[in-house]
Design a protein around this ligand. Sequence first.
Ligand code: ATP
Ligand code: MG
Length: 212
Amino acid sequence: YHEELHLQKVSRVGLMGGTFDPIHSGHLVTAEAARSEFSLDKVIFVPSGQPPHKKGLPISGKEFRYLMTVLATAPNPYFEVSRVELERPGESFAIDTVRYFKDLLNPGSELYFITGADAILEIVTWKEVEELLENCTFIAATRPGFDLNELRYKLLEKLTDKHLKKIIPLEVPAMAISSTDIRNRVKNKGTIKYLLPESVENFIYKNELYRT
Ligand code: ATP
Ligand code: MG
């Protein structure tokens, strides 16, 4: 699969994977904070095809999720959206995506994988977690007041010290926002204003997403 991303002269790259059903300000604030804190040249949003951990749950069509991600990220010159997981048949695994970008990027580029701290506990159950941690640094977004020691303790049970060093916490202020909450609000005719970009809000209403 080949796609045109703006990655010339880029050496520090963040990957932000997600279902993005819908993308919201929590994702955007986190990506921008990671870009600024870690001096990233680009953050590439990677909407997932079939997320292995959401099997059986109803999720919106991938083109809807892709378009919402494009709408939300378009105003930020540092943000890109990749279709790689949408074009890949079968389940989406982070390790396959990291390998794909290793090949695509300039040699010597550094990869950062941006996730919520809660999701980090799941990565230790992901496919080939050691190879993942050897190929990229994880930025784990936490809400203010989150107990990092407890997280470290839980991770130490599963990972060696060397691998644990590749997970760096980053405190962000918008952590309480979730796609689940936004879908429920739409279903119950509540307001979603300011929880996500207006363009995505309008897209949701225009396409009658999350009403049932
Ligand atoms: P859902 O409620 O459907 O699980 P979500 O809001 O968690 O959706 P995802 O698309 O599942 O969104 O998340 C993609 C990534 O973004 C994950 O790594 C997740 O931990 C992270 N994330 C989700 N919400 C936030 C938030 N408010 N702040 C920072 N990171 C977030
Ligand atoms: Mg989630």
